[in-house]
Design a binder for this molecule. Sequence first.
Ligand code: NAD
Length: 379
Amino acid sequence: MKNVTRRDFAATLGKGAAAVTILGASPLLGAPISAQNKKSLGVALVGLGSYSTHQLAPALEETQFCHLAGIVTGTKEKEAVWKRSYGLPDSSVYNYENFDDIANNDSVDIVYVVLPNSMHADFSIRAARAGKHVIVEKPMAMNVAECNAIMEACAASDVRLSVGYRMQSDPYTQQVKRFVRDKTYGEVQFINSDAAYISRGNPDQWRLNRALSGGGALMNMGVYSIQSSIYGAGENPISVSAQEFSTRPDYFKDTDETITAQFEFENGAVAHMMTSHNISGNRMKVHGSKGWFVLEPAHSYGPIGGHTSDGTVLKYPHKSQMALQMDDFAQHILAGAPNMAPGEMGKRDMIIVEAIYRSIREGGKRQQLDLAEMGLVRV
Ligand code: NAD
């Protein structure tokens, strides 16, 4: 068994970074904001729910180039707990009403929107207008029109924008991209990707309420399957056909339960994805003309696992994906490093989400995807 180590990864990083498909590079490369002369950027978390509490705030204690500098919450009781836990001053605590005052807080450089999906566009746009760089959680917004509005607001205020696609900063994902780019296992022929879990919680939760979530499994875990189908193929898809299955309509009254979809790619590859709130799945496998490689688990917080048809075991030291992701974005802002998950990428995925829902409405009919409309995005 041959181990692919972090050193192998580091050795090929330069080559990989140069060869990554970045079309239309200029908006992805940040002008360094060295004028501010900061070495670490302040991040304000908007929405102190599960992901902020258990993933992002702890990750911000591991980051090198950014730190927690503010919170925005609608729950008074959380203020004291967070101030005490993270040593935050009163001046860095906001609620949803006075949020726009964050414009006057120089200790906050990045606003990270971690709210239900229906609130992403509003708070991202307000953050941009406040002159702050923006990270918005996945899915980027409720629809393509909202993605456009967020991107326009960020461009108008000349701030950087990134989507919370933590897998883009994960070393296993980056190894997959190198295998695909270098044709290590030949031409990619087929990708199989699952991102799914069984939801048994409160039926009134926002994820099961279309007005707040925009959809069910597809808007939640499905975007990971879309992403890994794309980096598994090495390019954007040219068509998608999709199917929806419902076995617990009593529980999933308002949102999709299980969706499968098939993508075609210009390079001849085909992908099949599955996402669900009623089945577990967490795997991506890429079949090439000379062999295969698989990540399992593929989309969770890690450690990710992987192996290949020639017995190679993929092994990288575990580090918080969210810490890597936020440091990558800080380096984009501070040093002009590539934006690993620009707004264009979130918008592309929303174009695909809309096409999947359209295909389902039309009985599984194949939807052509316009590569030009999807924009010039890295995969
Ligand atoms: P959560 O339900 O745990 O937290 C949501 C937060 O929003 C809470 O603090 C809640 O008080 C606040 N909120 C404000 N208005 C609300 C309303 N009308 N209804 C419900 N909550 C309201 O959710 P979460 O798991 O933290 O998810 C938040 C965002 O983060 C979502 O967009 C989700 O997709 C994303 N997320 C991403 C990942 C990832 O791996 N990148 C993982 C989990 C969640």
